[in-house]
Design a protein around this ligand. Structure first.
Ligand SMILES: *Cc1c(COP(=O)(O)O)cnc(C)c1O
Length: 375
């Protein structure tokens, strides 16, 4: 594979930052974690520090736990996502209900959610597909009207904005992933943010194994004293990785600009071809493009995929509809229940997209796509 579909951007300042932590006293639970949590909160536009965790999957599990999802609850989500958006709610005992997406962005469609929401719905979980923010105001309204809360899986979209409001401030709770293909990396890592301090405090307890060391109780019982007050897990992000995140955040706006430039270049190079649908960009949205999700309508996605892979281009498909997976089929989810998402998923192919991609590499991909279509 010559060109991957996504990859990290690491420079000498990142390497030096990590080396400094390795030479320090704190490999984990130290000051680099606190700094990173403040950095993420600033990007997300929220007052409380982010709750950093070990992956985007851990962030989702932590968020569902903080939302107190439990057996009997329903969680409505999109099938056009990495399956952890759904499976993490199942760890809390939830029943998953899939709603359909909007044909332009591939994001959860508020009207479809409104049709499928019930009094048992605890959470509506949208995904900023490819980096384009969800219609959070509309989804929040549907959710709140039915006593549910909105979770935004922003694994694709840290530093995105909607009507000037940062991703992280739009929903009741928001999760990030810092996997190497994402917009900002810590190797493995993730975070939870929320404008709601109580929700966030529950998230912090959950990822911190559910125990507390309260100064007043330590005073009373002794300096060793702690209390286990809830069920939790150890999802702590170590300082060694947190510092990489803080170092990356310094270049986040540059990454965003470059990703937009690459998107613009693909859009220009692939414009006016009948078989293709190019990614939509809604008014008011300032996406942090994680993917370039091209759609090909002539039924030849598999052929195009193989053609580009043979040409050394590491294309990807995002995603196989989650409800088509055997785990969900066994639970009674059926093909045909989310037709817009299913069509989207049949046509989609993600072209290479990462900040270090050069213009000439983008042009090479455009040339191969055009060549395949005889355009
Ligand atoms: C990557 C991703 C996740 C999971 O993040 P990890 O850090 O890989 O665990 C969750 N949701 C979406 C939409 C993702 O793209």
């Amino acid at each position: 594979m010559v060109l991957p579909y996504g990859r990290q951007s690491i420079d000498e300042s990142d390497i030096e930052a990590v080396a400094q932590v390795l030479r320090s006293d704190w490999l984990t639970t130290g000051p680099a974690v606190e700094t990173f949590e403040a950095d993420v909160a600033r990007i997300a536009g929220v007052p409380d520090p982010a709750v950093s965790v070990t992956s985007g999957t851990a962030a989702l599990h932590t968020a569902y736990a903080a939302l107190q999802v439990q057996p009997g609850d329903q969680v409505i989500t999109t099938p056009l996502t990495f399956f952890a958006t759904a499976t993490c709610a199942m760890w809390q005992g939830a029943e998953i209900v899939f709603a359909d997406v909007s044909p332009d962005t591939g994001n959860l469609d508020p009207e479809s959610v409104a049709e499928r929401i019930t009094e048992r719905t605890k959470v509506v979980a949208g995904v900023d597909y490819a980096g384009h923010p969800i219609d959070a105001p509309a989804l929040k309204k549907v959710a709140h009207d039915h006593g549910a809360l909105l979770l935004e899986d922003a694994a694709h979209s840290i530093a995105g904005l909607l009507d000037g409001v940062p991703v992280g401030s739009l929903a009741d709770i928001t999760t990030f992933s810092f996997f190497p293909t994402k917009n900002l990396t810590t190797g493995e890592g993730g975070a939870v943010v929320s404008p709601n301090s109580d929700l966030l405090e529950r998230a912090r307890m959950f990822k911190g194994i559910g125990y507390e060391r309260k100064p007043e109780l330590m005073q009373e019982h002794g300096g060793w004293y702690y209390e286990v007050t809830s069920l939790g897990l150890n999802y702590r992000l170590p300082d060694v990785l947190a510092v990489l995140g803080s170092s990356q955040i310094k270049r986040l706006e540059r990454f965003k600009t470059r990703r937009q430039e690459i998107t613009d270049r693909y859009n220009e190079g692939l414009a006016g071809i009948e078989e293709l649908i190019l990614p939509a960009h809604r008014e008011g949205a300032s996406p942090m493009w994680h993917l370039y999700p091209l759609r090909i309508q002539d039924g030849r996605r598999r052929e195009l995929f193989d053609h580009l892979r043979a040409g050394g281009i590491g294309v990807q498909v995002n995603y196989i509809p989650v409800h088509h997976q055997p785990l969900f089929a066994e639970l009674g989810h059926r093909k045909g229940s989310c037709p817009v998402a299913e069509t989207y998923a049949e046509q989609e192919i993600s072209l290479p997209m990462f900040p270090d991609l050069t213009d000439s590499q983008v042009d090479e991909v455009i040339g191969l796509v055009r060549g395949f279509l005889g355009a």
